[in-house]
Design a protein around this ligand. Structure first.
Ligand code: N01
Length: 550
């Protein structure tokens, strides 16, 4: 497409965020168009089709809250929705809201340039589409730029190479194959048990052993579902005002306040129940103090000893050297149990690093592993990667990469000074990846939608975060993180998984509820921390009475 008249907005991405943003702006009377690099809707759930891919948020609250009919009709069968179920859900949303007509699919945005004189963005795709728009809203997800480590000789490998975050649309059959999985984060931990059931042999290449908690997935009791559906508005309300977008109450007990036996009983109960409540529902300080954290970490290590039969393998699987919960806690189905299978072996890359790839497999310092397929479960250039990859140029042609050389600077995770009229849904500096994503996405979409309606009502056409408000917010994001154990670990939350990436804490850990309240206050105070300019010709400076940083 190439639009004759500038649009009000271009939205980039057609996952949860892009679908809702386009719908919301369309409903509010804005002209809006979406570009999506995939051939269909789904975002994360379009790309992450690897075996075992499943959401770690329970199905009851991993959905939109504004579709009350669909909410009642959509079947809630399993505790955690699998990737095909979530993709079907988003396809249903797109159909019901007739959203596909407002998107161009197979259109990868590679440039978005701001024209300061015209106050317009020009967005271009690799496929040749061009659109001009007043506003650009990125809805590209936090974990959508795949990280492919550069192993020497990688191009020589003659077998099949796959990345969990960029999986083919057709299912991959591992039957009879010798498979390598590199990486043991949440994706690898979901994929490994499923691939092990199919493959002739699976070799897991582990650089850092991970703590993981049983998901305890299974069919949902339909009486429970009926009760949940009756109370949906209340569950949604609780999720919005919680710490992480989950409708459950966090523990108020400190780990060291209780006896060792009581602690063990609490951990056992949470382990048996499965899910994230292992951290948040047991004790309040597990990710706050090293002493409390060690009690949970020791418990998980003791479980590994119970489950894994070969003591040497159990020892390799035990995470050490970082606090539990500082790497995103995966939920698993039979992860540790998988290492009892005769067709699974584990390679510890800390002891024997990869030295290179050959035509037929992977070489470590200890020898060569012949494989037919290499699955890279090596994660993502999180939060900043997807945004920097869009080729965004703001005032004076500066790029996000230029202005984020020392780490991302954002106001509320949703705006960047020097990039007027650009909004970043679940951007760095917002709760995003530390939360149940649909809750944070809805909050951002609604806040951005309200902001654009307010600008229209005010007769303003440019909005931009101030340097002062951005500096204060960016410092606040780091300050809150510094009261947790997170800065002590080399994780993707800290940008540590990408060579050369600045080490700062990327999301906002102040909590979904408090963050929401803060954003609402910013809006209620006339978008404090932003400047706006009017739509008179030649007017490109802020006017007296504009909405400046407090
Ligand atoms: O990626 P990761 P992921 N050589 O970065 C290893 C979300 N998610 O895709 O720890 C060898 O966590 C790396 O090792 P190390 C969730 O937020 C959600 O698994 O850096 N190994 C690590 O083991 C999650 O946190 C769900 O030493 C290398 C692994 O690869 C996020 O996505 C499901 C390496 C990468 O782990 C990312 O998870 C799945 C190298 N050069 C994921 N480079 C749901 O809820 C990296 N590794 C559905």
């Amino acid at each position: 497409m190439a639009n004759a008249e500038p649009l009000d907005a271009v939205v980039i991405g057609a996952g949860f965020a892009g679908l809702y943003m386009v719908y919301r702006l369309r409903e509010d009377g804005f002209s809006v168009h979406g570009f999506e690099r995939g051939d269909g809707v789904g975002g994360t759930w379009y790309w992450n089709r690897y075996p075992g891919a499943r959401c770690d948020s329970e199905i009851m609250y991993y959905s939109f809250s504004f579709l009350s009919e669909l909410e009642q009709e959509w079947p809630l069968t399993e505790r955690y929705p699998g990737q095909p179920d979530i993709l079907r859900y988003l396809e249903e949303v797109a159909s019901r809201l007739d959203l596909r007509k407002d998107f161009t699919f197979g259109a990868e945005v590679t440039a978005a340039e701001y024209d300061e004189a015209a106050h317009l963005w020009t967005v271009r795709t690799a496929q040749g589409h061009v659109a001009t728009a007043r506003y650009v809203v990125t809805a590209v997800g936090c974990l959508s730029a795949a990280n492919f480590p550069e192993f020497p000789g990688a191009e020589r490998f003659q077998g099949l190479s796959l990345h969990t975050g960029n999986w083919p649309r057709e299912p991959v059959d591992f039957t009879g194959k010798r498979v390598a999985v590199i990486g043991t984060g949440a994706s690898g931990i979901q994929a490994i048990p499923v691939i092990a059931e199919q493959a002739a042999h699976l070799t897991v290449f582990q650089r850092t052993a991970q703590f993981t908690i049983p998901a305890e997935n299974g069919p949902l009791d339909q009486d429970f579902v009926a009760l949940w559906k009756q109370n949906y508005p209340e569950w949604r309300r609780r999720a919005r005002h919680s710490l992480a977008g989950f409708p459950y109450t966090a523990s108020v007990t400190y780990a060291l306040e209780v006896s060792a036996a009581e602690r063990r009983a609490a951990f056992e109960a949470a382990w048996g129940a499965g899910g994230f409540t292992f951290l948040s529902g047991t004790f309040r300080d597990l990710v706050m103090t090293e002493e409390a954290n060690a009690t949970a970490a020791d418990f998980v290590r003791s479980k590994i000893d119970e489950i894994v039969r070969d003591p040497a393998v159990a020892d390799m699987l035990k995470p050490r050297g970082f606090p539990i919960g500082t790497k995103r806690l995966p939920l698993d189905t039979n992860y540790y149990e998988t290492f009892n299978r005769p067709n699974v072996s584990l390679v510890d890359l800390k002891q024997t690093p990869v030295t290179g790839l050959t035509a037929t497999g992977i070489t470590t310092s200890a020898g060569h592993h012949e494989v037919d397929v290499i699955v890279y479960a090596t994660g993502f250039d999180a939060l900043t990667g997807p945004l920097e990859g869009l080729g965004i140029r703001g005032r004076d042609g500066q790029t996000l990469k230029d202005v984020w050389a020392e780490g991302p600077r954002t106001y509320l995770g949703v705006a960047v000074p020097g990039f007027p009229n650009l909004f970043t849904i679940t951007g760095p500096g917002s709760p995003s990846v530390l939360s149940n994503m649909p809750v944070s996405i809805e909050q951002h979409v609604e806040w951005i939608g309200d902001c654009l309606s307010w600008l229209r009502a005010e007769g303003a056409e440019v909005i931009e975060a101030t340097e002062q408000a951005t500096t204060a917010w960016t410092a606040h994001v780091q300050d809150v993180a510094s009261h947790t154990l997170h800065p002590k670990a080399a994780t993707w939350y800290m940008g540590a998984n990408i060579p050369g990436k600045p080490r700062v804490f990327l999301p906002y850990i102040g909590g979904v509820g408090p963050y929401r309240d803060h954003c609402a206050k910013v809006a209620a105070n006339g978008y404090e921390g932003f400047t706006t300019t009017g739509d008179q010709e030649g007017d490109d400076g802020a006017r007296p009475g504009d909405h400046r940083a407090a």
